[in-house]
Design a protein around this ligand. Structure first.
Ligand SMILES: CC(C)(COP(=O)(O)OP(=O)(O)OC[C@H]1O[C@@H](n2cnc3c(N)ncnc32)[C@H](O)[C@@H]1OP(=O)(O)O)[C@@H](O)C(=O)NCCC(=O)NCCS
Length: 271
């Protein structure tokens, strides 16, 4: 029991730079209290003491603001940072070394009994306010950005942002991130807006703009040729289009995303 408590406290130090002393962590981290209380409620639950388990989990919720159903299965060194507003459903499974921030819901989308909550692999990070809904699997090392709503299975190592959640980073990129010193220390940008994680909607719009820009130039060239032969009047190129771009955190700064051949930082029109 004390070994597990020691590793729980160690995991807080690994993942929260604000943690100062063991005593402080033990006495002031509601996420830690909630996980410890869940260990007791889960024991009661699996020993068929359902009502005491529910009562104790409600008391823990009262003090921590974190609601973990006693039936949920939670692995080792799981850290819930800040905690308030976290809801973890009855059939949810959380793998070892996962990190959850405040406002996270691991919830169901149906009223039927049976498996209806998500299963998180190992080392998954779920950003503040994110909702992971339904009996879906979140692969090892995946990251869910703040406020994302994830309703579909996520492969290992992927990063998901937005509503509904979209994958913006795959396992290969995640490997690159793991190799970076800072990433290994901090592990996660809770806002899902790092330099190498572009906004997928902005990217798609930029690609469309690139395509329109390309078509516009071709049309203008054709128009000039027709005008020279007296067939039609001159086609006015829309100069406003040249400046049109949706700014995304990475499109402007990151060489990993900006594609040099495309005028607006997205992929070339032929891509
Ligand atoms: C919105 C909701 C009612 C839709 O349920 P549904 O009709 O079964 O929808 P599906 O799962 O078939 O999804 C239909 C589409 O909506 C999208 N979608 C589902 N839920 C979504 C949500 N919350 N936000 C945005 N998009 C959502 C899906 O991605 C899917 O898109 P696609 O057709 O492009 O693939 C449900 O997903 C939901 O969010 N329920 C609330 C659950 C909740 O709050 N639980 C908390 C328990 S503690």
């Amino acid at each position: 029991m004390f070994d597990r408590l020691r590793e729980d406290i160690a995991s807080v130090f690994e993942r929260d730079p604000a943690a100062r002393t063991r005593f402080e962590v033990l006495t002031t981290y509601p996420g830690l209290h909630a996980v410890l209380a869940h260990r007791a409620t889960h024991w009661l639950w699996i020993h068929d003491l359902k009502w005491p388990a529910r009562v104790l989990s409600n008391v823990a919720r009262l003090f921590t603001g974190i609601e973990i159903h006693p039936g949920a299965v939670i692995g080792r060194r799981v850290f819930i940072d800040h905690g308030m507003g976290v809801v973890i459903g009855e059939t949810a499974v959380i793998g070892d070394d996962c990190t959850l921030y405040h406002g996270v819901t691991l919830g169901g989308t149906s009223w039927q009994k049976g498996r209806r909550h998500p299963t998180l692999g190992r080392e998954v990070v779920v950003g503040a306010g994110a909702k992971v809904l339904g009996p879906i699997a979140i692969g090892d090392g995946a990251r869910i950005g703040s406020n994302a709503v994830v309703v579909k299975t996520v492969p290992p190592g992927a990063t998901v942002v937005g509503i509904p959640g979209r994958i913006i980073e795959c396992e290969q990129d995640a490997d690159r991130r793991r190799r970076a010193d800072t990433a290994a220390r901090i592990g996660f940008d809770a806002y899902g807006a790092t330099r190498d994680t572009p906004d997928p909607v902005a990217n798609a719009i930029n690609r469309l703009l690139d395509h329109i820009h390309h078509m516009d130039s071709r049309l203008e060239a054709m128009s000039r040729a027709l005008e020279a032969r007296g067939i039609m009047d001159h086609f006015d190129h829309d100069a406003d289009l040249d400046a049109a771009i949706i700014d995304s955190p990475s499109a402007a700064d990151s060489p990993a995303v900006a594609v040099p051949t495309a005028p607006h930082g997205g992929a070339p029109p032929s891509a």
